[in-house]
Design a protein around this ligand. Sequence first.
Ligand SMILES: O=C(O)CCC(=O)C(=O)O
Ligand SMILES: [Fe+2]
Length: 201
Amino acid sequence: MAALTLLPLAQAEVYFQPAFLPIPEATALFSELTATVAWRQDSIQLFGKQVPQPRLTAWYGDEHAAYSYSGLYLRPQPWTEPLQRLRRQVAEATGQPFNSVLLNLYRTGQDSMGWHADDEPELGPNPVIASVSLGATRRMRFRPRLSLLPDAAPFGLDLPAGSLLLMQGATQHTWQHAIPKTARAVGPRLNLTFRSVQGRL
Ligand SMILES: O=C(O)CCC(=O)C(=O)O
Ligand SMILES: [Fe+2]
């Protein structure tokens, strides 16, 4: 199976492996996690208002790996067997350890993730994020921070079931990423971003 390949994003280290998990394994894991994960729909503060996030989320990890973002404080739930197994596979493929995972469930094409960088201080100076996709294919968009990369062009990448995306180095400082809504009829998609939270809270 082809290994992680470096993508052509300037001043970034983004690697992609389209067939990280075999399709039968990706399909089985999608069904198991969709049904068993403790999904929640949090609200975040947006321009002073409480707005429900346009997706479902869940946070699992080591006990000390607490995480806060957009005014939310997330205490991790203990690892389950399938999540531990996937964590081991991801650590092996990337050569890096992870102590927590944020799961996102995009129920339809109307669920989305806005432009952001995963640059919270508790992720360290150069965050390492490994992201596994299951279910329907959605497109991730990347855009450069123009003050740093005035000549770089935006970049789109389809993330099919079983794919692995690794972002590290300066990526979270030089680029932002998003999962836009789509008008196409798409089924549910589940994404897991493995992270290493450094104890600060
Ligand atoms: O759903 C995805 O592929 C992206 C998720 C993401 O960017 C995040 O959780 O920070
Ligand atoms: Fe992200």
